[in-house]
Design a protein around this ligand. Structure first.
Ligand SMILES: [Ca+2]
Length: 304
């Protein structure tokens, strides 16, 4: 018969042994459930993981809410020239302007947004030019070049040449806020430029929770935000133009998959660089038109 003291000692010994049993080598690498529950939810696709803060995860407590990830709702699908290596897209006055890249294939186009028909097309002055982003301001189309330091100006009504301006560095994406041109060059910085001289008037670094976001590509100014395709990803950043902060990520993985499937049905495969690139705001409908390089479709989407 055990004394009360002995029973308490045995019970205490049993209780003390439980944590030791739980801490077996096989379990020690998994964080306790309470820690897992406090980690951010898994993102829809690997490419949607926002870049980690450069200063290490210690600087980002799990309690800090992440930047919202939005999944667009498709409300329309339209044909898109599967040969178009899209570098710029903008809807003005019912005309969908498109710029396409690659040496020997570059062009500027006026297209029908409903049918995808190219109603007018112009090649750059030299067949060595790689065209990039485009925007339309005050009836003038501005079209960037990748590494030639030239922006071509065209009459938006008929694509008649209006000359050219020069800049330093690479040209990637272009849009405007009604007063200034806004340009990307593959870095994490957006540049505001004077439409008459193309001089830089302002620079803003794009950041998500302190980390610079590089590879900013095709741009669109809509509803007070700048939207940017992130090159070689299924991410579109929604950026506050004042602070440069990413206010949301738009996950276009489903659109990329559907474009890939549509291309496969037509007997071809999209390549690694046939990425989402092309954002045009339809102000009348409050929607965005999204496409990609050599995609057979342009999607009309609403954001949640
Ligand atoms: Ca655009």
């Amino acid at each position: 018969m055990l004394s009360g003291m002995t029973r308490r000692a045995l019970l205490l010994g049993l209780l003390l042994s439980l944590p030791a049993q739980a801490a077996t080598p096989g379990l020690s690498t998994s964080p306790p459930p309470s820690i897992k529950a406090s980690l951010p939810a898994p993102t829809p696709a690997p490419t949607m993981t926002p870049p980690a803060p450069t200063s290490s995860s210690k600087a980002a407590p799990a309690a800090v809410p992440g930047t919202p990830i939005l999944t667009p709702r498709v409300v329309g699908r339209f044909p898109h020239d599967p040969a178009a290596f899209t570098e710029g897209l903008e809807l003005v006055g019912g005309v969908l302007f498109e710029s396409t890249g690659l040496v020997g294939e570059s062009s500027i186009r006026r297209t029908n947004p409903q049918t995808g028909e190219v109603t007018q097309r112009r090649a750059p002055p030299s067949n060595k030019i790689f065209s990039e982003g485009l925007t339309v301001l005050n009836d003038v189309v501005y079209q960037l070049t990748w590494q030639d330091g030239l922006v071509y100006l065209y009459d938006a009504q008929n694509l008649r040449s209006l000359g050219q301006l020069r800049y330093r560095g690479e040209g990637w994406g272009l849009t405007n806020d009604g007063k200034s041109l806004i340009m990307s060059d593959g870095s994490d910085t957006l540049m505001w430029r004077d439409p008459d001289t193309f001089a830089v008037t302002r620079r803003v670094r794009v950041v998500d929770r302190g980390a610079g976001i590089t590879n900013l590509n095709e741009l669109e100014y809509a509803g007070g935000s700048v939207y940017a395709n992130i090159w070689l990803s299924n991410k579109v950043a929604r950026i506050d133009p004042q602070s440069g902060k990413v206010t949301a990520w738009i996950d276009v993985t489903n659109l990329a998959r559907e474009a890939q499937a549509a291309a496969a049905r037509a007997g071809r495969q999209l390549g690694f660089d046939d990425v989402p690139n092309g954002i045009a705001f339809n102000a009348a409908r409050g929607t965005l038109l999204l496409t990609g390089k050599r995609w057979p479709l342009t999607f009309e989407v609403k954001l949640p």
